[in-house]
Design a protein around this ligand. Structure first.
Ligand code: UTP
Ligand code: MG
Length: 608
C-alpha cells in the first residue's frame, strides 16, 4: 500500500483524511438538499439579522435611559421603557419565526430524505440485503435521520441566532467604546481554548456512549426477535448477564461523559465572572476619569453577560453536527448504492406469454468465484409442472430465483417464450410470474389486504374465489372478522399451514402464467396437509409451474422431475422413470420424501 503499512501513522492519517473528505462531501450534499427552499431561507436570514439587531439594541437603550433620563433627568423615561419593551417583543417574535421556519424547511428536507431512502431500499438488488443485518438498515433509516433531525430542529436555529447575535453584540461594543470593548474581548480566546479543551474530551466520551448504546440496542432487538429460542434453550440467564455487562459499559460511558460536561459549565461561569470583573475594573476606571458614562458601563456589563451563551452553544452544536454528519454519511452511502441494474432503454415489454421457459448453459455465483449453479440446460414447456428436488443447499431456490430475475445468470441465457429475460422490462416480466416463497411473509394488515397483495384492484368476489380455490375460505370465514381479521407482524396470529394457504391465495389472485413455488418443509396437521395438497392442485392447474417440492404427492404429479446436486442437474425424468433408474432420485426418495399420512392418502387414492 502506498500509504505505508496499515496501522502506521501515515496510513492512519490517510484514513482520517479520507473521513474528513467524506464528511465535507456529506456536508456539501446536505447543504444542497436545502437549495429548493431558497426563498424561505432568505426570509429566515432576514429574521436572523433582525433578531441580532434587537439583541444588540437592548443594552444600548438601557444605557441611554440611565445616562439621559435617570442621571441627567431628561423627560421620557416611560417612552424609553416602552421602546425597550418593543425591541424585546420584536426579538422574541423573530426568534419564534426563526424556529418555525427552520422547523418547516428541515422537516421537509428530512421527510424527503426518508422517502428517498425508502425508495432506494425498494430498488436495491436482493444481493444487497443478503449481506446486511436488518437491524443495521433499520438504524440507518431511523436513528441516522433522527440525528439530522436533532441538528436541524435545535442546532441550526441556535447556531444562526448565536452567530449573528454575537456579531451584533461585538459590533455594538466596538461602536460604543473601543478600549473597553478590546479589554472585554480578552476573555474570548481563553474561553475558546477552554471550550475546545472540553469539546475534544466530550466528543470522545460521547462517541463511547453511542457505541455502547448501540450494543445495548442490538442486544435488546435480538432478544425480542429470538425470545422463543432463548427460552427454549434456557439461555435466559446467559443473555441477562451479557446484557448486564453491556448495559454497565453504557452506564460507565455516560457517567464519564457527564463528568466531563459537568465541569464545563462552572468553568465558563468562572470566566464570565472574570469578564464582568474586567469590565467593572477597567470600565469603572474610565468612568471615574469621566471617559465613560455610567449608562455605557451598564450596557457593557449586559453585553458581556450575553456573549457567553452563544459561544457555549456553538461548542455543543459542534458535537451535534459531528454525529449528524456521521449519520448523513451513512445515509448517503445507501443512496449511492447502485440500484438493481435499470432496464435499458432497449428493453421491451414482455408480451403475454404462454410460459415456455428455457435455461441454456446457465451458471450463477452469489460471490464471484464460487459457482452455485453450473451448466444448467433445462426446457420447460408451457403448462408443464417441473419439480426441482435435491438436498439442502443444492441450489433449488437459486435456480428458481433466476426466472423472475431476482438475480441475473452469470453465464448462459434464460429465455421465456424464446425471449431473453434480460431484454424485457422487469415489471412486464414479474407481472406474469408469481413466486410463493419458502417462508412467505405476511404483512401486518388484514387477511384481505394480504391476499390482495397479488392484485391490488381485486374485488371482494375475486378475493373469496381465490380463497376458496385454495381451500382457505372455510377457515377465514370462521374467524370473527373474516377477511378483515388483522394479522400480527409476520402473520403471527395464524398457524403455519394457514399462512401457507394465504400465500397460495395471493398467487391465485395474481393469476400468473408462470408459478414458482418454494414448498415449505413445515409439518402441518393432517387436515391442513390435505387442504394444502388440494390447494396446490388448483394452484398448478393451467400454468407453467416450477415447484421446489418436498411433498411426495407434488413430485409424483409433476410432468418432469429435475434432480439438482451441488448446482448441477444430475438426473431428470418422471417419477416412474427415475425410480426405475435407481439413481440419485431413488436414493433421495427412500431417505427424504415421506408419503403423507394414510388418512390423507386415502381420498387421493380413491380419486385416482
Ligand atoms: P439455495 O438456497 O439455492 O439452496 O442455496 P436450496 O437448494 O434452495 O436449499 P434448501 O433446500 O432450501 O435448504 C444454494 C447455495 O447458495 C448459497 C448457499 O450457501 C448454498 O450453498 N447461497 C444461497 C449464497 O451463497 N447466498 C445466498 O444468498 C443464498
Ligand atoms: Mg431453498
Amino acid at each position: 500500500m502506498r500509504g505505508g503499512p496499515p496501522g502506521s501513522l501515515a496510513s492512519m492519517a490517510q484514513v482520517s483524511d479520507e473521513r474528513a473528505k467524506n464528511r465535507s462531501a456529506s456536508l456539501r450534499r446536505l447543504t444542497t438538499e436545502f437549495a429548493p427552499y431558497g426563498p424561505k431561507l432568505v426570509l429566515l436570514f432576514f429574521f436572523v439579522i433582525l433578531g441580532a439587531v434587537t439583541q444588540a439594541g437592548g443594552p444600548w437603550l438601557v444605557g441611554r435611559a440611565i445616562d439621559e433620563n435617570i442621571i441627567k433627568g431628561d423627560p421620557g423615561l416611560t417612552t424609553r421603557m416602552l421602546e425597550l419593551l418593543g425591541i424585546y417583543l420584536i426579538g422574541t417574535l423573530m426568534s419564534r419565526q426563526q424556529t418555525m421556519l427552520v422547523g418547516d424547511v428541515s422537516q421537509r428536507v428530512l421527510s424527503d430524505l426518508r422517502e428517498r431512502l425508502f425508495k432506494q431500499l425498494q430498488r436495491l438488488p436482493l444481493a444487497y440485503f443478503d449481506k446486511r443485518p436488518i437491524g443495521d438498515l433499520m438504524s440507518r433509516l431511523l436513528n441516522d435521520v433522527d440525528t439530522l433531525n436533532q441538528l436541524f430542529s435545535q442546532g441550526i436555529t441556535q447556531l444562526l441566532g448565536s452567530l449573528f447575535g454575537l456579531t451584533g453584540i461585538l459590533i455594538a461594543m466596538l461602536v460604543l467604546n473601543v478600549p473597553l470593548a478590546l479589554v472585554s474581548f480578552l476573555v474570548i480566546p481563553v474561553m475558546l481554548l477552554t471550550t475546545a479543551f472540553f469539546a475534544a474530551r466530550a466528543r470522545a466520551a460521547f462517541r463511547k456512549t453511542r457505541e455502547t448504546v448501540g450494543d445495548v440496542t442490538a442486544d435488546i432487538q435480538e432478544e425480542i426477535v429470538g425470545v422463543r429460542e432463548a427460552q427454549a434453550f434456557n439461555r435466559t440467564n446467559e443473555n441477562i448477564s451479557r446484557f448486564r455487562t453491556r448495559n454497565a459499559a453504557n452506564r460507565d460511558a455516560n457517567v464519564s461523559a457527564v463528568g466531563i460536561t459537568s465541569a464545563f459549565s462552572p468553568s465558563i461561569e468562572l470566566l464570565a465572572t472574570l469578564a464582568t470583573a474586567l469590565v467593572i475594573g477597567y470600565g469603572g476606571y474610565l468612568t471615574l476619569n469621566n471617559q465613560l458614562s455610567v449608562g455605557l458601563l451598564t450596557a457593557f456589563l449586559l453585553y458581556v453577560q450575553q456573549f457567553f451563551r452563544p459561544i457555549q452553544l456553538l461548542s455543543s452544536i459542534y458535537t451535534q453536527a459531528q454525529s449528524a454528519l456521521a449519520g448523513a454519511e451513512r445515509i448517503y452511502a445507501i443512496l449511492d448504492e447502485t440500484p438493481e441494474t435499470q432496464d435499458s432503454a432497449s428493453s421491451q415489454v414482455l408480451p403475454t406469454i404462454t410460459g415456455r421457459i428455457q435455461f441454456s448453459g446457465v451458471g450463477f455465483a452469489y460471490n464471484a468465484g464460487r459457482n452455485v449453479l453450473s451448466e444448467i440446460d433445462l426446457s420447460i414447456e408451457a403448462g408443464q409442472t417441473v419439480a426441482l428436488v435435491g438436498s439442502t443447499g443444492a441450489g433449488k431456490t437459486t435456480l428458481a430465483s433466476l426466472i423472475p430475475r431476482f438475480y441475473d445468470a452469470t453465464t448462459g441465457s434464460l429465455k421465456i417464450d424464446g425471449i431473453d429475460v434480460r431484454d424485457v422490462t422487469r415489471h412486464s416480466l414479474r407481472s406474469q410470474i408469481a413466486f410463493v416463497l419458502q417462508e412467505p411473509f405476511l404483512f401486518s394488515g388484514s387477511i384481505g389486504d394480504n391476499i390482495r397483495y397479488g392484485k391490488l384492484d381485486a374485488s371482494q368476489i375475486q378475493l373469496e374465489e381465490a380463497a376458496s380455490a385454495v381451500n382457505a375460505l372455510e377457515f377465514i370465514k370462521a374467524l370473527p372478522q373474516g377477511f378483515d381479521t388483522v394479522l400480527g407482524e409476520g402473520g403471527g396470529t395464524l398457524s403455519q399451514g394457514q399462512r401457507q394457504l394465504i400465500s397460495f391465495a395471493r398467487a391465485v389472485i395474481a393469476n400468473p402464467r408462470i408459478l414458482i413455488l418454494d414448498e415449505a418443509t413445515a409439518n402441518v396437521d393432517t387436515r391442513t396437509e390435505a387442504l394444502i395438497q388440494r390447494a396446490l392442485e388448483t394452484l398448478l392447474q393451467g400454468r407453467t409451474s416450477v415447484v421446489i417440492a418436498h411433498r411426495l404427492s407434488t413430485i409424483e404429479r409433476a410432468d418432469k422431475i429435475v434432480v439438482l446436486e451441488a448446482g448441477r442437474i444430475v438426473e431428470r425424468g418422471t417419477h416412474a422413470e427415475l425410480l426405475a433408474a435407481n439413481g440419485r432420485y431413488a436414493e433421495l426418495h427412500r431417505r427424504q420424501f415421506r408419503a403423507p399420512t394414510p388418512a390423507v392418502v386415502a381420498p387421493a387414492m380413491a380419486r385416482a
